[in-house]
Design a protein around this ligand. Structure first.
Ligand SMILES: *[C@@H]1O[C@H](CO)[C@@H](O)[C@H](O)[C@H]1NC(C)=O
Length: 1000
């Protein structure tokens, strides 16, 4: 790949002032300088010249470019075809200056300009999609100066113009996300221009998939008279696609797999295929749709007999011939191979032999369709999806010129990538990736739930392994994934620009481009996006349930809610600052995703609290039930708000159901999670006051199955605390057990325990109150363990005083003053992987932080990835070390669990991922934690890993209380370590693991 302008691009990445373009060399300014060329100056727009023989797609995009100049400046440049050879007379309307646009070898005008000026085009000529722009003198008779925009090919020229459009202030999303163009009366281009070589990834595209209900119903309203295509009912006609093609080209994408659920691109609208080609979009079909025909839609309409090549070749073969003939005039990548009907495994047994025959026949069809063309030069792709990967691993081969499309596991983890011996195929390799998915363990198709840091990490791996011929990402309905989609394409456009430590600048530049924010506010938006995608990636919204986050351990649910509240507050504060013109874009791209995700997460946590309080005989269960109902309504209100903005421009776009999944498939309606209600008239059996304690699902006084193992006649509750409990205190909940209001007090028999508040009033309208207990440890330094009593007394009118006693145990512990590191609290040590004490490189490879990656803070991974040959036996590779101090053990043992990302064995079955861990100087242990499975299938535990977005790698070590070190050893590359949890006997169940321990 050409990297001619790398240094220029990187040098210009530090933007100042207003940002209009993301990660690219900018040529545009809005003030004149001695080295600039006027595009619009003094209300005059410089005319744009084209050649009549230019590509239609370039002619069309030039119209957009002229319109973009008008959108920004209010002045419309003239657009001319110049007949060559150009003369003074056919240029008489032009004046002394012009913008001249053209494609090498296709524009007789640009050939003439190159000839007249001697401009050096060697850097772009023959380089796929490359372009250059610059000011030249005397290019044509009577024109003293021109800004030339020269593309190596059709899309090179188109990208040159759209690149400038973005720089002058027209977002690729100006229509698709309502981003207002940034007004500027004057526009100048640097005389030196700008340039880009061939993109890193040759074909960069998206797949519209699982596109009902949202995209389908929206497009039906927006682009049809309400009926859709005659044969399929599809709304995806050429009006829809024209709009999409423009967006793709503005993002510098070039490749599309069209909607195919109940659509057939070539049938729904016969203008679809020619229009794509005219725009400059390379069409493909998905992994399961060979030879440019929509499967199963077209087969159902036009096929005869079963979709089984072993018995029905007589009908399937001519069906493909038609597909090839129909696509012949256009630019395509032909999908080869075969899957069964409905995206299932191939029918007909004897699969490898049959599939080899299929591909051989498909090659014959292509040869016959393109007589005189060497079939190896026709772009073809074979997708190694699910069982097809198994055939490949079992030894099936295809001709070398067919690109192999490797796939992720549908959850963003590449299953396999080319190993060294697979990297020199002439057809190259590519990747099929997912931001949206329908299938087991659960669909995710409602709202953004993929982290940029993970996309970067996986796609940079893809780049390192040379799978850069094709990148395609499943974007579902497209609409809620705008920024992630643009990142995927932008990264493929030039992977050299982006790195693990500058991803945030992608988001800040994006926020500045879309909303004209200050850099400070753009940072805030980057934080908001990082949070919302982190929270939604931790547990896809579709997978949330009432007990996802622990309601009793580590205040996990409360903390989750507090983080959501803070994120929502930031998003609201930014919205309040925006001019009205920015509000729709901000709503669609930031505010709605935050509000909607927060509302859903809140609803689930409130449901959990409702269920818990109901089981505890707290009247407050009813308040949580009310809250759930309110949030359920709110969820609908947000959908309505999205639907009704801009006079219904996006009606139905947020109609995806999402509130209560029962299994992998989407629910057919939004339903409220089940809640319980207490009879509000009747007092709980044990009296007016209920008491719950932190860490327990039980409730006192009286019986509850969680109060003790026996479930009845249990002792009073015991609560323990030590100085290194991260929360710093413990709480109790005093609640109403019925309609009777009461006054309560909490008293203790010791001076070292403080209760806040220590009295209060509980009633049906203020139905529960949290009480926090804090210890003055300075009074306990000489007493390792001491128990206090807390008495909760309640007085309700006309009832005897009731009371409940609690044992409160304070365990004094102290790490020696000369110790630095993490200290056990609450029976665990929890450490963020990035918070290491030591880090030792080997062969230039270092455990390096990937900021923002994963579930809690970040992750570390061996970086750079180095040659794939590079792996280590335990104890010889790069290591990262941690210091911790324990007070307890489990019979002399500790259990150390590494929390790692659910990456898969992408180096193939003979190189499974592995990690080594060692305590002090004891024998290190190694875990090959991703077991190999039958090729083409995933390990049994995979569902759980991707649902929880984590893999737990536990090891047991002998370690008596005291100071210890943990060393994590690199064995294999691409292991992504997020967090380490050491259980010394107190580990409680939770979703994200215990909060980070105190560091001294
Ligand atoms: C230039 O010529 C082409 C080909 O005839 C035509 O399609 C296009 O509309 C013309 N452009 C202008 C600006 O006249």
């Amino acid at each position: 790949m050409l990297r001619l302008w790398l240094s220029l691009v990187v040098g210009l990445l530090a933007f100042s002032g207003s940002v209009h373009a993301i990660g690219q060399a900018t040529a545009i300014s809005f003030e004149q300088s001695s080295s600039s060329f006027p595009i619009v100056s003094n209300d005059i727009a410089t005319p744009i010249l084209l050649s009549e023989d230019e590509w239609g797609g370039v002619q069309r995009a030039a119209g957009d470019f002229a319109m973009d100049i008008h959108r920004v400046s209010g002045v419309m440049p003239l657009l001319f075809n110049v007949t060559t050879p150009a003369t003074q007379s056919n240029l008489s309307l032009v004046g002394a200056r012009a913008i001249i646009v053209g494609t090498l070898g296709q524009s007789s005008l640009i050939d003439e300009v190159v000839n007249n000026t001697g401009i050096d085009v060697s850097s772009v000529e023959g380089h796929w999609e490359a372009f250059l722009t610059k000011e030249v003198s005397n290019p044509l008779p009577g024109i003293s100066s021109a800004y030339v925009m020269i593309g190596a090919d059709k899309r090179g020229t188109i990208y040159a113009m759209y690149d400038h459009s973005e720089q002058i202030g027209v977002s690729p999303w100006y229509w698709w996300a309502d981003v207002p163009p940034k007004a500027n009366p004057e526009i100048y281009a640097a005389s030196a221009g700008c340039a880009h070589g061939s993109p890193t990834v040759q074909y960069r595209g998206i797949f519209l998939n699982d596109e009902a209900p949202a995209l389908t119903d929206w497009a039906m309203v927006r682009f049809t008279n309400g009926t859709g295509a005659p044969l399929t009912g599809s709304p995806f006609n050429h009006y829809f696609y024209a709009s999409l093609f423009e967006l793709l080209l503005r993002m510098k994408a070039n490749y599309l797999w069209p909607a195919m659920w109940s659509s057939a691109f070539g049938v729904d609208d016969t203008l679809n295929q020619p229009l794509a080609n005219w725009y400059g979009i390379v069409m493909g079909t998905s992994h399961e749709e060979p030879i440019m025909r929509s499967i199963p839609v077209e087969w159902t309409l036009f096929g005869d007999g079963p979709w089984d090549y072993s018995t029905n070749k007589a009908n399937i073969y001519p069906f493909w011939v038609e597909g090839a003939e129909r696509a012949k005039p256009y630019e395509n990548i032909f999908t080869v191979g075969l899957r069964g009907d409905g995206d299932a495994a191939i029918a007909g047994g004897q699969n490898i032999q049959l599939l080899e025959q299929v591909i051989s026949d498909q090659r014959t069809i292509l040869s016959d369709t393109f007589p005189g063309v060497n079939v190896t030069t026709i772009p073809q792709m074979w997708c190694l999806y699910k069982e097809v990967l198994g055939y490949y691993e079992d030894g099936m081969t295809v001709p070398d010129d067919i690109a192999l499309l490797w796939t992720d596991d549908n959850y963003g983890n590449m299953e396999r990538l080319p190993v060294v011996s697979e990297r020199n195929r002439s057809g190259g390799a590519g990747v099929y990736y997912h931001y949206d998915y329908v299938g087991s363990p659960r669909n995710y198709k409602w709202i953004m739930s993929s982290q940029l840091s993970k996309t970067y990490e996986q796609m940079s791996l893809t780049t390192a392994r040379n799978a850069t011929r094709i990148w395609i990402v499943n974007v579902g309905d497209l609409k809620p994934y705008e920024m992630e989609t643009e990142f995927f394409i932008t990264y493929g456009w030039d992977t050299s620009i982006w790195n693990y430590d500058n991803l945030d600048t992608f988001v800040t530049q994006w926020a500045q481009r879309e909303f004209s924010l200050s850099s400070e506010d753009a940072d805030t938006v980057a934080g908001i996006i990082a949070n919302v995608t982190r929270f939604n990636a931790n547990c896809k919204p579709e997978l949330l349930n009432a007990t996802t986050f622990s309601l009793t351990s580590y205040r996990e649910a409360q903390n989750m809610l507090a983080m959501w509240e803070a994120t929502n507050a930031s998003a609201t504060a930014i919205q309040a600052k925006l001019p009205e013109s920015m509000v729709p874009a901000y709503f669609e791209l930031v505010y709605h995703p935050v509000q909607a995700s927060y509302t859903l997460a809140h609803m689930w946590i409130a449901t959990g609290l409702n269920n818990l309080r109901a089981s505890q005989a707290f009247l407050s269960a009813n308040d949580y039930a009310d809250l759930v109902e309110y949030l359920f309504e709110e969820d609908w209100n947000l959908e309505v708000q999205y639907d009704s903005q801009l006079d219904g421009k996006w009606v139905h776009m947020m109609s995806q159901t999402h509130t209560l999944y029962e299994y992998w498939q989407e629910p057919y309606s939004n339903a409220m999670p089940p809640v319980s209600r207490q009879q509000p008239y009747k007092q709980a059996l044990a009296g007016p006051m209920r008491l719950a304690v932190e860490g327990s699902q039980g409730a006192w006084p009286g019986d509850n199955q969680y109060n003790c193992a026996q479930g009845y006649g249990c002792p009073n509750p015991t609560v323990t605390i030590d100085p290194y409990v991260p929360e710093g205190n413990r709480y109790f909940v005093v609640g109403a057990g019925g309609p009777a209001p009461f006054n309560w007090t909490a008293t203790t028999n010791v001076s070292w325990l403080a209760l806040s508040p220590s009295s209060g009033y509980v009633s049906p309208s203020a139905s529960e109150q949290f009480v926090y207990a804090t210890v003055d440890w300075s009074q306990l330094e000489d007493t390792p363990s001491v128990t206090a009593f807390i008495d909760f007394n309640a007085t309700a009118a006309n009832q005897p005083m009731m009371s409940q006693q609690v044992y409160f145990v304070a365990n004094y512990t102290a790490a020696p003053s000369n110790f630095t590191g993490f200290v056990e609290g609450d029976g665990v040590v929890s450490m963020e992987a990035a918070h290491s004490a030591r880090n030792t490189s080997v062969n230039g490879i270092t455990w390096t932080e990937l900021p923002g990656y994963g579930r809690t803070l970040s992750a570390v991974t061996p970086w750079p990835r180095g040659g794939d040959e590079l792996n280590f036996t335990v104890g010889t590779g790069p290591s990262i070390g941690y210091d911790f101090y324990t007070f307890n053990s489990i019979n002399g043992n500790i259990s150390v669990t590494a929390y790692v990302a659910p990456s898969l064995n992408s180096l193939g079955p003979d190189r499974p991922l592995a990690i080594g861990m060692q305590i002090d100087s004891d024998e290190p242990q190694v875990s090959y934690y991703i077991p190999n499975s039958t090729p083409g299938t995933l390990p049994d535990a995979w569902s759980q890993w991707v649902s929880e977005n984590i893999v737990y790698v536990p090891m047991n070590f002998r370690a008596s209380p005291g100071a210890h070190s943990l060393t994590v050893w690199m064995i294999e590359p691409t292991v992504i370590l997020q967090k380490i949890v050491i259980d010394t006997g107190g580990l409680l169940p939770s979703y994200l693991g215990p909060p980070e321990s105190i560091r001294v």
